[in-house]
Ligand binder design. Sequence first.
Ligand SMILES: Cc1cc2nc3c(=O)[nH]c(=O)nc-3n(C[C@H](O)[C@H](O)[C@H](O)COP(=O)(O)OP(=O)(O)OC[C@H]3O[C@@H](n4cnc5c(N)ncnc54)[C@H](O)[C@@H]3O)c2cc1C
Length: 446
Amino acid sequence: MEKIVIVGAGVAGVNAATKLVDNGYPGELITIIDMGKDPYQRKPEEVMTGFLGAGGWSDGKLTYHTAIGGQLSKYCGEEKAMELMDQVITNFKRFHPKPEEVQCSNPEAEPDFIKPYFGLRLFPVWHVGTDYLSEIAKNWYDYLVSKGVKFIWETKVINIDFKGEYVDLDNTLEPLSYDELIFAVGKSGIDFAQELANQYQLPDEPKSVQIGVRFESPQKHFQKLIDISYDFKLYRKFEDKGVSLRSFCTNNNAAYVAVEETYGDHSYNGHAKKDMRYRNDMTNFGILMEINGIEDPFAWSREVVNKLQFSGTGLYYSPSRVPSTTSEGNNVSAYQIENLKGVEHVMGEYWTYIMDFIEDMKKVFPTLEDDWGIYIPEVKYLSPEPLVNYEDLSLTKYNNVHFVGDALSARGITVSGAQAIYVSEALLGEYKKHLYLMDQGTGDIF
Ligand SMILES: Cc1cc2nc3c(=O)[nH]c(=O)nc-3n(C[C@H](O)[C@H](O)[C@H](O)COP(=O)(O)OP(=O)(O)OC[C@H]3O[C@@H](n4cnc5c(N)ncnc54)[C@H](O)[C@@H]3O)c2cc1C
């Protein structure tokens, strides 16, 4: 019989095991290793590790759309993706002490005043409730233990031998062998994933560039839209050019621009304070371009970001304003430029897309006029995504090693869980074939 080892008891690992045992896979053949603690021991300050991983103390919002939360439909198609997401949501309800309280927020239709210029993405979201996550985790854990699944807690996997098919643990010399491995280490294991990718020279999926600016203005200009959707997502696509733009991560009410330092350069992001003492009635959001077809997107982005620095910091441009202050009252670090010629020079034709986006916002939100500013640049360096076989998310070089969740290409709970269930379905297919052959008296023991 196949021994399955799951590295990471996060959202993905737990959903994978649940799918397997729900369908008769013997729990005794499944081992889950996690560097964190079981849900009875895990403390709130252990944000990233332990049962349900980063999902364990998350906001408990389960997004329900294939355009958000990372990659899913590219592997399995739209219809299957929605069905897999349904399974994840059902799992959260099933172990919820009050499942009737899990509600889906229903977005309204796209408002007419946006339509001529932008699309507006509105996503259904299921709200599990942060307060219930700990109880959900305990119920879920008890179920898996009752099915015979073996958990190894507070143990870090420090090496995986893909050829020898075993994992090394940090607290024992005894390696643990596997027939199938589900690699579900989430964001907290991203460095480990990168080490393995380097060690085994795993090929990557081609990635896009994600670059743009952080836009800021008084909130009043956008209020009409904020009333419909707090974190609105305006978007537009230029299919033939391989470019799409979206507003990203909108902050309102007590909204501040934050400086990020990556590879020694400054770029911008935003955040909103919950405490209304910090209210400044500002709105900020990224205007991010996704650019496909650039040969080395990482090197390209780094070079552009580096050229958009002056005097040890990023740039700020506004036809009428000055940079804002942080919530602590300090100036946001940015060098104010008089015109955009230099930026245009560095970003070339891509700069036009950003300016057109702003010009069209001025039409949709007529009071905006010149009452805005942009912090340049905002950038997302996408981590490399190992190339997998789309039918079971196994590495193209090692087909009994399956990458899932944030360690592959997910960016949220629903997609992470869905990818994991997808892998388990593939493994169950093999398991059922085996049972059938055994029944016919022709099967080999795995
Ligand atoms: C504060 C916060 C709030 C969030 N809110 C939301 C939200 O509302 N909605 C949403 O969709 N997403 C949210 N997210 C993101 C979401 O939690 C993750 O996308 C999701 O948990 C990813 O699932 P995963 O199983 O891939 O990884 P994780 O859930 O992160 O699990 C990975 C597990 O692997 C273990 N691990 C890592 N490396 C090793 C190793 N070497 N050896 C052993 N164990 C290892 C870790 O201990 C961890 O338990 C939030 C994240 C955070 C941090």
